[in-house]
Design a binder for this molecule. Structure first.
Ligand SMILES: [Fe+2]
Length: 297
């Protein structure tokens, strides 16, 4: 068990000072009409806009940056080919291109799921391989994250990936704390992913070990809908569904965990596939609950 040192980066000094609020995301290839309509309707209920693009997507980065400027939003960059838990060697040319996209978006940090994103040069996107929940994963991830941060020139925040299957039996938040402290990076809690993993693993959704997590390093949280399949023998499989509303169980887990994070800056309503009406409702619902999540700050 990690007894957290929690020194880490001065997260309060990252990015736009004092800015915190609700983030929403859309597919920047197909969803920008929805984003435009939603941004107009929600006004100041949204603060951030999540941008998930590849290192080569310069045009999408510039278009997203323009969208943010016109609506008074700040961009948060989620690269789709930053492979911090894969086996391909990291490509410095690709990392520098990711750094240019981050500059264009002026994203204060880059969010990345702890997963294999690329396999032998092929982007895995919809088929991410989540980091195995074993001790040996920590050093591998630490080395890759340190190198990526050095070349990109901006800090990373590591996110707990979705787990359609589970290898290993360690707690994801405990492993994330060890990685974040080893690499001196920040953390993103995807509450839906965490709920799914813990339910699938037959664990309580809040664990005693959550008291020892480096909450000071948590700057982002994500939430979306969840879909639970139940199989014979009690086996459950939990998927997150970005076009579904957040379930009560995930709201409750967010209420239990997020107030522990004193430097939480953004809570994202993940929404790829939603209509403008659905996304507007979602962002407003997040904004109404947000005061509870910032309460520790
Ligand atoms: Fe997420």
């Amino acid at each position: 068990m990690t007894t957290a040192i929690h020194r880490g980066p001065a997260v309060d000094e990252l990015g736009p000072q004092g800015v915190r609020g609700i983030c929403f995301s859309c597919d920047p290839m197909t969803g920008m009409d929805v984003a435009e309509e939603t941004a107009r309707r929600v006004g100041e209920d949204a603060t951030w806009f999540g941008v998930g693009i590849l290192a080569s997507d310069e045009e999408l980065a510039l278009r997203s940056a323009d969208f943010c400027r016109r609506h008074g939003l700040r961009a948060l960059f989620h690269p789709l080919d930053l492979d911090v838990c894969g086996t391909d060697p990291l490509d410095d040319g690709l990392l520098r291109a990711i750094g240019r996209r981050a500059d264009e978006l002026d994203s204060p940090w880059l969010n990345i799921d702890l997963a294999m994103w690329v396999r032998r040069g092929e982007s895995l996107l919809e088929s991410l391989v989540p980091m195995p929940l074993v001790d040996a994963a920590v050093d591998v991830a630490v080395d890759r994250i340190k190198h990526a941060q050095d070349v990109i020139g901006r800090p990373l925040t590591i996110e707990n990936a979705p787990y359609p299957f589970v290898v290993g039996d360690q707690d994801i938040l405990t492993l994330m704390t060890r990685i974040a402290e080893g690499a001196d990076c920040m953390m993103t809690i995807d509450v839906g992913h965490l709920y799914g993993l813990r339910v699938q693993s037959g664990r309580d959704t809040v664990l005693p070990s959550d008291d020892d997590i480096a909450w000071e390093r948590v700057v982002e949280a994500h939430m979306s809908g969840t879909f639970i399949r139940r199989f014979e023998g009690g086996v459950r499989l939990v998927d997150d569904k970005h076009d579904w509303p957040v379930s009560d169980e995930v709201w409750e887990l967010a209420d239990a965990l997020l107030p522990r994070a004193p430097h939480l800056r953004s809570v994202m309503a993940e929404a790829e596939g939603m209509t403008a009406d659905e996304l507007t409702d979602s962002v407003r619902r997040f904004a109404r609950r947000a005061d509870h999540w910032w309460s520790a700050s």
